[in-house]
Design a protein around this ligand. Structure first.
Ligand code: DGP
Length: 133
């Protein structure tokens, strides 16, 4: 995808701080500057998000997410990670190339990555009936 910013990073056309790559995936620093250690894991193949992602690509992305999460906690002094993903503009996705955000965490680091939600408005059983598979 010529105009996809992450495809241009993957091809080397745009610079990035690459932490890891293999045949199917790449992990690089997010430049948002919102929190220390913000990392993105992407598939090299262009898919928009989890909704159009085939299982093999999804597996490769999550394998890399696991590899980096283990590295951060086993080798880099972190205790845990937050994994975040927005799939579709309705969910807040701003870059239309599938990516999982990793934020490495230390106990008592004071970072709040959990979104502040407004509170449920509908009956939980009504929503349950609507959502069950
Ligand atoms: P999302 O809103 O979930 O689609 O996240 C997109 C992320 O991509 C956001 O945290 C900022 C990051 N980002 C946007 N442009 C660039 C870029 O050119 N390079 C890097 N490394 N990250 C970018």
């Amino acid at each position: 995808m010529d105009n996809c910013i992450f495809c241009r990073i993957i091809s080397g056309e745009l610079p990035s701080r690459i932490l890891y790559e293999d045949e199917e995936t790449m992990a690089f620093m997010d430049v948002a500057g919102d929190v220390d250690g913000h990392v993105l894991v992407v598939p090299k193949k262009h898919v928009k998000n989890i909704l159009d992602c085939d299982e093999n690509t999804l597996f490769a992305v999550m394998r890399t997410v696991k590899k980096l999460s283990d590295h951060f906690t086993e080798d880099c002094g972190y205790d845990g990670v937050n994994l975040l993903n927005a799939s579709d503009e309705s969910a807040g996705q701003s870059v239309p190339h599938f990516h999982v955000h990793i934020i490495p965490r230390k106990r008592n680091d004071g970072i709040n990555t959990w979104p502040h939600l407004d509170g449920a408005k509908r009956d939980i059983d009504e929503v349950f009936q609507e959502l069950k598979l």
